[in-house]
Design a protein around this ligand. Structure first.
Ligand code: ADP
Length: 399
């Protein structure tokens, strides 16, 4: 369906990918009178359920993407999986892409990102690219075992990340190393640059610095948050990160703003980091609204979703200040029961301050299907309430 333009000169923002991030752009788009159009994976994709203009098409289908983009004033992304050839064709057709392909590559390819950040002097874990087990062993012997091995492209939620030691590396990495050699020899494929090796950082905790930057170069930063991961999946986000020194918070924000500026990022940029003592090391980048910023919907003056729209449209950015001393966002992961709505009565009756966000996604164990947010002045209380609501919705507690 062709997007219907609102009268009054309002633009159409196209989003490639119909997941929950595209879906959560819709409330601020409605408020701003901006029309969204989403290229969705299917008619029942999370965003397609709430955005009237949601043609179905693959993000790697050149014709579908070009037809879709021709109807939009600006095109942005729900994920980083659009292939470079498709991005290049869109650019050649004059489509305005925010962020640009030149910036996006550093969110698509962890090796390119490591190389670029190292060049820019941004602190990262020690790393190398490998095609052979000898290179892997040499890296581990130099930096200490175990090490972390990653596929540079296509991973999410810890898929594509393996911790290996000297004894398990040959078996665990054989397949990736073989693929890397064949992708390198054929000149294409997600592992053409090699397998990414990193030291296993003995971090105290994980942080995320979320900033937004507009094409004109204006930038805004939210408070640095703590992200808590379980089995590679983010379960809770606390804003701001508790007991973070002003100096480390400033270093994290400064690194994120520098990355945004140096790489020419437009829209929201999430920089995932490890904290080791007072030091921060960058883990990875996302150039779109990010799970670590969901707290901002209920917890800050301008949510990451509104800010992303303002940024990609090159509008002046909004105030990122938090409403309360603490905000805790807890992800609702799929459990065994796929009937979610009946749980609302208890969650809402028990705590009228809990804000529930559901993504319209089918329940699969461990899948992110929604989140809850609580704000307040007492961190322990806010955290316990958010955790309770998320656990109850998941079905792991029943009172
Ligand atoms: P994905 O792209 O799948 O989210 P990440 O690179 O963010 O993968 O890694 C997922 C998780 O694995 C991180 O959040 C962190 O907990 C852990 N991890 C990744 N790299 C390292 C590392 N070098 N040292 C220690 N832990 C790591």
């Amino acid at each position: 369906m062709t997007p219907v333009r609102s009268p009054g000169g309002f633009p159409v923002v196209g989003v490639i990918g119909g997941g929950q991030l595209a879906r959560m752009l819709q409330p601020p788009a409605v408020a701003l009178g901006v029309q969204l159009s989403v290229l969705a994976e299917s008619t029942d994709a999370s965003a397609a359920l709430v955005i009237p203009s949601a043609p179905v098409g693959g993000h790697d289908d050149l014709d579908a993407v070009c037809r879709f983009a021709a109807e939009c004033d600006v095109v942005t992304f729900d994920h980083e999986h659009v292939p470079a050839e498709v991005l290049a064709a869109l650019e050649a057709n004059g489509v305005v892409l925010q962020p640009s392909p030149a910036a996006l590559v550093y969110a698509q390819d962890k090796l390119a990102m490591r190389r670029r950040l190292t060049e820019a002097g941004i602190p990262c874990p020690a790393w190398a690219a490998a095609y052979t087990i000898d290179e892997v062993v040499a890296f581990g012997d130099e930096h200490g075992w175990p090490i972390v091995a990653k596929t540079p492209r296509g991973g999410y939620d810890g898929k594509g990340v393996r911790v290996v030691d000297r004894a398990t590396a040959p078996d665990e990495l054989a397949e990736w190393l073989d693929l890397a050699v064949s992708h390198r020899d054929s000149g294409s494929g997600p592992l053409a640059g090699g397998v990414l090796l990193e030291v296993l950082v003995p971090f105290d905790r994980e942080l995320a610095a979320l900033v937004a930057r507009s094409p004109s170069g204006q930038a805004a930063a939210w408070p640095v948050v703590e992200t808590v991961q379980t089995d590679g999946v983010c379960t809770d986000v606390v804003a701001p990160a508790p007991e973070l020194s002003a100096q480390t918070a400033a270093a994290a924000t400064h690194a994120a703003l520098r990355i945004a500026g140096e790489l020419g990022v437009t829209g929201v940029l999430a920089v995932e980091m490890f904290q080791v003592g007072e030091q921060i090391l960058v883990n990875e980048l996302a150039m779109r609204p990010h799970n670590s910023g969901h707290w901002s919907i209920d917890g800050s003056v301008t949510s990451q979703f509104e800010q992303h729209l303002r940024a990609v449209l090159d509008l002046p950015l909004g105030e990122p200040t938090a409403h309360a001393p603490w905000t805790v966002m807890a992800n609702v992961l799929g459990g065994d029961d796929d009937r979610l709505y009946p749980a609302y009565r208890h969650v809402m009756a028990r705590d009228s301050g809990v804000k529930v966000h559901m993504y319209g996604k089918g329940v699969r164990p461990g899948r992110k299907i929604g989140h809850v947010t609580v704000i307040g002045a007492d961190l322990d209380d806010v955290r316990a309430r958010a955790r309770h609501a998320a656990d109850y919705l998941r079905g792991v507690i029943d009172e």
